[in-house]
Design a protein around this ligand. Sequence first.
Ligand code: HEM
Length: 321
Amino acid sequence: MLLKPPFEGAHIFPKTKRRQWYYKKRFIIPISLLMAIIIAAAIVGSVLGTRSRTIHQVDYTKVKQSIAALMEDKDYVDGNYGPLFIRMGWLASGTYSQNDSTGGSNGGCIRFEPQSTWPVNNGLDIARDRLESVYRDYPGLTYADLYTLAAAVAVEKMGGPTIKWRQGRVDFKNGKDSPPSNRLPSASQNAQTIRNIFNRMGFDDREIVALIGAHSLGRCHKNRSNFEGPWTLTPTTFSNEFFRGLLEDTWEERNWQGPTQFEDVQTKSLLRLPSDIILIEDPQFKIYVIEYANNGSQFATDFANAFEKLLELGVEFSGTY
Ligand code: HEM
């Protein structure tokens, strides 16, 4: 009661009857409008932002040219990234399981941990780094498409068959949907284990042998897999030399400080992994090794079909070839 002012207006800060400026109509309307515009812009921006890579039209013919232009490089340890691009396409796709339809190249998870750090994927960061400029140059291109297209381009550019390739893979935002780490084969597994792994992807014996024929290209690097050496004398030319060498050369275990691998007795310069040798030890696999050693064009045809199938495992396409 004592605090009651003795007369109206006796406050130190007298109450004013005037309304605050921001209650005035001429402020309320533009401010509300401005806020509405900001909110709408934020919504539209976020929708377009997440889709911006898919609404662009990508010229895949040009993408292929850009990839091809990146393959040869005298500063790269092997002079040609082609074999590494093929290995990446294979390892990105070979995680597929037809049992639960998970894995495969869709999502591009191979660029994220944990998948990027699986030992079997050692060295693939070199391929991804090499391809990064292509990703940046073509808005709308996804990593998942890029990694598989690079593999297809590499086969063709190194004298192999044309690989039919379709776009449509999306990129996941992180690696939380990566498949389990034990789905890819290791070079020291036996024939039946390797068969089971490829069967899980949906491949039969003929396709398995054709696919492993990719080892006519490239080589093993001690610092990536612990294995060392090339499979053929022409590691940047697609051929059936891998099969011919398996049958025509004599292979014995290499005596060295490393995991079990085989070398040709004659020159001791070529390698076969234990998982390559099983292709002549297993009678069912050997049928196709003989066929491909004798018929290079049959190998090229079968490889193209199996590789195309591999790169598409688990991908839902809306478009056509
Ligand atoms: C049983 C199945 C397979 C095993 C155990 C296996 C194992 C390996 C290993 C250990 C390397 C050496 C990696 C390095 O040190 O750089 C390698 C390289 C390679 N693999 Fe396979 N691989 C298999 C199937 C395949 C398939 C299906 C393809 C393709 C269709 C493929 C394509 C390649 C290529 C092109 C390279 C050479 C990479 C380079 O030169 O950088 N491999 N593989």
